[in-house]
Ligand binder design. Structure first.
Ligand SMILES: CC(C)(COP(=O)(O)OP(=O)(O)OC[C@H]1O[C@@H](n2cnc3c(N)ncnc32)[C@H](O)[C@@H]1OP(=O)(O)O)[C@@H](O)C(=O)NCCC(=O)NCCS
Length: 204
């Protein structure tokens, strides 16, 4: 395993590629390889994006244009973030998570490996997602993060189990525990979360 690199060392070695007008704080660290030595390509950051102090970006991370990543957030290998998204402070995004465009994620949220977040999704603060429902670490039989369909809204403090989907334009109320797939265009909340009412499609 190679030690992490400073912004300037990564730029010099071609392991960080920045578009025009990017602002990347000098304290940002780049992790060039996984613990087992695998590399997934340079970190790429599109035009006009802002990466704030203390952010950690692993090999193969790809960030679009005009994205903001807040202080001390961690993006693991091969994370992808679409244009005009905002990731707040202290957000943890695990390997291979893919975020669409105009996604908003608030502080202290954890997106587990392989989660998919489509365009225009809003995720509140302190949301926990799960990819190993049976808790079989270190030898899990199935790892599958949740899927967040276009325009859905996840309230603060929600827990979302793995291997399920939150439907398009659906809103999950604060503090809920989502244990099964929730259809599109509804408001759901509770522990476990149940559909409470419809949500008009034009809401998001
Ligand atoms: C779910 C929500 C959208 C309200 O939905 P609603 O259908 O308009 O519900 P109401 O406010 O009319 O409340 C209806 C009932 O559900 C209860 N309720 C509302 N939200 C709830 C929730 N998240 N969990 C459990 N019960 C909830 C209310 O207390 C009320 O109960 P009562 O009938 O016994 O008085 C809202 O409460 C919510 O949770 N929003 C998320 C906000 C958030 O986390 N934003 C993050 C920004 S970073």
């Amino acid at each position: 395993m190679e030690p992490s690199l400073s912004r300037d060392a990564a730029l010099e070695r071609g392991l960080l590629i920045m578009g025009n007008g990017c602002r990347i704080a000098p304290t940002v660290r780049i992790i060039p390889t996984e613990d087992d030595g695998r590399e997934f390509g340079p970190v790429e950051i599109g035009q006009g994006s802002i990466i704030r102090d203390g952010v950690i970006l692993s090999t193969g991370v790809c960030i679009g244009c005009r994205v903001i990543v807040g202080h001390n957030s961690v993006l693991r290998r091969s994370v992808r973030i679409g244009d005009d998204s905002v990731i707040s402070h202290l957000v943890s995004i695990q390997h291979d998570v893919s975020l669409g465009s105009r996604v908003r994620i608030s502080s202290l949220t954890h997106l587990t490996g392989g989660s998919l977040v489509e365009d225009n999704v809003q995720i509140g603060a302190g949301v926990a997602t799960v990819d190993d429902n049976a808790m079989e670490w270190p030898q899990p039989k199935m790892l599958r993060g949740p899927v967040f369909r276009q325009g859905c809204r996840i309230g603060s403090g929600v827990t979302v189990l793995g291997d399920l989907e939150i439907g398009r334009n659906t809103l999950i109320g604060a503090g809920s525990v989502v244990t099964r797939t929730i259809p599109e265009n509804v408001v759901a909340f509770g522990n476990p979360a149940y559909v409470q009412r419809d949500r008009p499609p034009e809401s998001s």
